[in-house]
Each structure stands twice: as structure tokens, then as C-alpha cells.
Design a protein around this ligand. Structure first.
Ligand code: ACO
Length: 428
């Protein structure tokens, strides 16, 4: 196969190198294009743009493959824990016994927030969205921690990675408690990562919450499935912010803001709201799909479609089975799960969705799991953010590890006014 491509511009021929990734995927290296031709590329939404070389996550969207550091997502979901997967994503290898114990211990020891940070929660208005609180509090955390992170110093990075992952979980639970006017529950050192989060979410001063193994397992799997997803909107945001040399905490706070939107992480809550609306209004899945297909309507089938997956999203497959398993173990019959199945089946038989290769994505079934656990709707995207922390940290590290890294600075094609003459105020 050719290792260069030729393009002809204004009668002159230029050669561009073709570079190949580990799994044989090929890319046109245009890094010298502007210098040599004076032209830039135009790629709205970056759909054809590879923004970096990365060793963290591999996706084949046509075949529905997702791997962290070479390990298939299905294997990790079944066999690994979130803490172990986080270590793998950030440091590139599965931890041995000693590394796992040390990382776990650091997560446990860093779970408490500085007491003065607790006061910040009182300053947010009641009913503030927890994503706004999470982003603000991660920035606030950087004023307490003053992180001096050397990405090349593994021990130092491990310490800060553990601190950030651990405290984000505490902030998330505390933001929920303060939003409902309940006292904030402190973390416990005898509980593991997921159980400690559930304790801070659901314990009250007069009663401890004990997570069942099924609930704990389902949330653990949820976090594993969300741990990284290469250059998505929020991870690219983290990289952009980091490329200006902002610290890890500032970059991750930006990642939270980017994740919030309905087209990205916010879709998990939108899916449940969509299912509730269909149920409430008593419309059939077909009627709802007609609304979605109507060009004059802004309604989308939330939890469907993906920029990269054009066959199936392997995470949705795992989550669908996990949702069914969890509900049956809890002896819950959730009509929203039945409705989700019916919608998905109706879309599968509809040309609009088939032609556009629209399939359920990670968000389609995840809300059903969170609902069964008792997580309130406005916390769904916060839970996604807790899960995505390892991916953001790993991408921050990878970018900072690259000595040749330049600031992210795309160009544009200007289509505004041509040169204007200044008009004095009295003549306008
Ligand atoms: N419902 C209805 N139509 C859709 C949907 C959907 N969910 N998704 C895409 N389409 C249609 C588009 O209208 C477009 O149709 P057209 O060619 O006739 O104009 C076509 O499919 C291609 O869609 P694009 O918007 O170009 O796809 P893009 O890659 O830009 O967007 C996205 C991907 C944002 C995920 C989109 O599919 C969407 O909005 N889905 C619903 C929201 C959602 O579930 N987001 C979560 C994604 S996973 C994640 O971020 C964690």
C-alpha cells in the first residue's frame, strides 16, 4: 500500500505522507500542508480530523470494537474493577498486586475534602445543577491542592490522579446532598471506591446505606464502561485546555463542562426524560419515531447515533444486558426498560435509522441502571463524569508527556465582512 498521497493544487503536485496506526488504520499527515501549499483543511466538527497520536484507547466504529490499552471492553466489564481499569487507562498496564494495593490505598486516604471546601456547597443556590457544582468545585480543589504534577514522574502523577478521582467522587455525592438539603455524609475508609460513593449518596446521619453486591457490581461496570473513549468532545476539551499548559484540575473541570451537553454526556438523562414523556403522553414508539423523522421537529431519538460507531456501540450491548440482570436481581419491573426495547426494535426496522446507521449508544440503557440504583436524574451526567476521570487524566498525561507538543490552535476560513470603512456614530 502507498505510503504517500498526491494532491494537485493549481497545477502543482504535492506529496503527503500516509501514516499507519497499530491496527492498520491510515491517516493523511497534513502537518506541512499549509507551509507548502498555503492552504488549510476545512473539517466542520472535526469529523475527519485526527488531532493526535494516542496509545490509550482503540475504537473501530464499523466493527463495534472498543479497547483500553489493548484490552477489549467486554473483558474489562466482566473481569475488572473500576479502580484497576482506571490504573490501566492512566498508566498503560494492568497493576500488579502491589500497585493495585497502593493505588487503592491512595484513593481511600484522599477521599475527604478540606473542611473549608465544605462551605462552598452552602453558597450554591438550592437546585443548582450538580454538573455546575462539580466543575466549579474541581477548580476550587486546585486552589487547595495547588497541584505540581510532573507527568514524567509516575509516583507523583499516581498521587494526584488518586486524589482527583477520589475527591471528585466525594464532591459529586456532597453536591447531591446539598442540593436536596440533606447533611453531607463523610467518606469511610473501610469501604471500596464504588461502595463508598453509594454510602455518601444514600446514607443519612441516622441510618447507614449498605449497597447490595448487585448494585455495587452494576455501578462498578458502569464506571468501567465510561472510563475512556478517545477523542470525544470532553476529552478533546481536556487536551485543548492542557495544551495551553493549564493544570490537570483546570483541564478536568473543563472536561466536566464539555460533557454536560445533551449531545454528549447529558444524553443519559435525556433518554430517561424522553422515555418518561412517551409513557406520560401514551404515544406509541412508531408515533414518536415519526416525530423524530419530521424535519420541522427538533426532537431526536436520544441515546441513538454516534459519530464513530456506525454498526453498534459495544458499551450499549453490555449495558443492555447489565440493566436486565440488575432489574431482575432487584425484582424490579421498570416499564421504561420495556419501552426502550420497543423503541430500539422499531428504529431497527425503520429505513430512516437503518440508512443513517443509527444504533443505541452508551447512553440508551445506562439511565435505566442508574434509575434502578436510585440515582436522581440530574446526577446521571455527574456519574458519567466520575467514570470518565481516568480517561481525562490519561489524556492530560499523554499530551504532557510529549516533548514536542504544541498548543492546540485550529484555523478557520473567514466568511465575514470584507474590509469596512469606519462610520462615525452620528452617521449610523
Ligand atoms: N435521532 C434522529 N436523527 C439522528 C440522530 C438521532 N439521535 N442522530 C443522528 N441523526 C441523523 C441526523 O439528523 C443526520 O440526518 P441527515 O443526514 O438527514 O441530516 C444524520 O443522522 C447524521 O447525523 P449527524 O448529526 O451528522 O451525526 P453526528 O456524528 O454529527 O452526531 C450525535 C452524533 C451527536 C451523537 C447524534 O447522533 C445525536 O445527536 N444523537 C442523540 C444524542 C445522543 O445520544 N448523544 C450521546 C452520544 S454518545 C456520547 O457522547 C457519550
Amino acid at each position: 500500500m502507498a505510503d504517500t498521497a498526491k494532491i494537485e493544487i493549481d497545477g502543482k503536485c504535492y506529496e503527503l505522507p500516509i501514516v499507519t496506526g497499530t491496527e492498520g488504520e491510515r491517516a493523511l499527515d497534513i502537518s506541512k500542508l499549509r507551509a507548502e501549499t498555503g492552504l488549510i483543511t476545512l473539517d466542520d466538527g472535526y469529523a475527519n480530523t485526527g488531532s493526535c497520536r494516542s496509545e490509550i484507547t482503540f475504537i473501530d466504529g464499523d466493527q463495534g470494537i472498543l479497547r483500553y490499552r489493548g484490552y477489549p471492553i467486554e473483558v474489562l466489564a466482566e473481569r475488572s474493577s473500576f479502580v484497576e481499569t482506571a490504573f490501566l487507562v492512566i498508566f498503560g498496564h494492568l497493576p500488579d498486586h502491589e500497585e493495585r494495593e497502593r493505588f487503592s490505598e491512595q484513593l481511600t486516604r484522599s477521599s475527604a475534602l478540606h473542611e473549608s471546601m465544605m462551605k462552598h456547597f452552602d453558597a450554591f443556590p438550592t437546585n443548582s445543577h450538580p454538573m455546575a457544582i462539580l466543575s466549579a468545585m474541581i477548580n476550587a480543589l486546585s486552589t487547595h491542592e495547588r497541584p505540581r504534577i510532573d507527568p514524567g514522574d509516575e509516583q507523583n502523577l499516581e498521587r494526584y490522579a488518586a486524589r482527583l478521582m477520589s475527591k471528585v467522587r466525594t464532591i459529586a455525592a456532597a453536591s447531591y446532598k446539598s442540593s436536596i438539603g440533606d447533611p453531607i455524609i463523610y467518606p469511610r475508609h473501610d469501604l471500596k471506591y464504588v461502595d463508598n460513593f453509594l454510602h455518601m449518596m444514600f446514607s443519612v446521619p441516622y441510618q447507614n446505606y449498605e449497597a447490595s453486591p448487585e448494585v455495587s457490581h452494576a455501578l462498578n461496570m458502569f464506571f468501567v464502561l465510561h472510563a475512556d473513549h478517545e477523542q470525544n468532545c470532553s476529552t478533546s476539551t481536556v487536551r485543548i485546555v492542557a495544551s495551553g499548559q493549564a493544570n490537570l484540575y483546570a483541564a478536568c473541570a473543563s472536561g466536566v463542562s464539555a460533557l454536560w451537553g445533551a449531545r454528549h454526556g447529558g444524553a443519559n438523562a435525556e433518554v430517561v426524560q424522553m422515555l418518561q414523556r412517551i409513557q406520560r403522553e401514551g404515544i406509541t414508539p412508531r408515533q414518536f419515531l415519526s416525530e423524530v423523522k419530521d424535519r420541522t421537529s427538533p426532537v431526536k431519538l436520544m441515546g441513538f447515533g454516534h459519530r464513530v460507531y456506525k454498526n453498534f456501540d459495544p458499551r450499549a450491548k453490555v449495558l443492555r444486558e447489565a440493566a436486565e440482570r440488575l432489574l431482575s436481581s432487584m425484582e424490579i419491573h421498570d416499564p421504561l426498560l420495556d419501552l426502550a426495547h420497543e423503541l430500539s426494535e422499531a428504529a431497527r426496522q425503520d429505513d430512516y435509522f437503518v440508512e443513517r446507521k443509527l444504533y443505541p449508544n452508551v447512553d440508551f440503557y445506562s439511565g435505566i441502571i442508574l434509575r434502578a440504583i436510585g440515582i436522581p436524574l440530574n446526577m446521571y451526567t455527574v456519574i458519567f463524569a466520575i467514570g470518565r476521570m481516568p480517561g481525562w487524566i490519561a489524556n492530560w498525561r499523554e499530551l504532557n508527556d510529549n516533548p514536542g507538543q504544541r498548543i492546540y490552535r485550529p484555523r478557520q476560513l473567514y466568511v465575514g465582512n470584507p474590509l469596512q470603512d469606519w462610520v462615525p456614530r452620528h452617521q449610523r
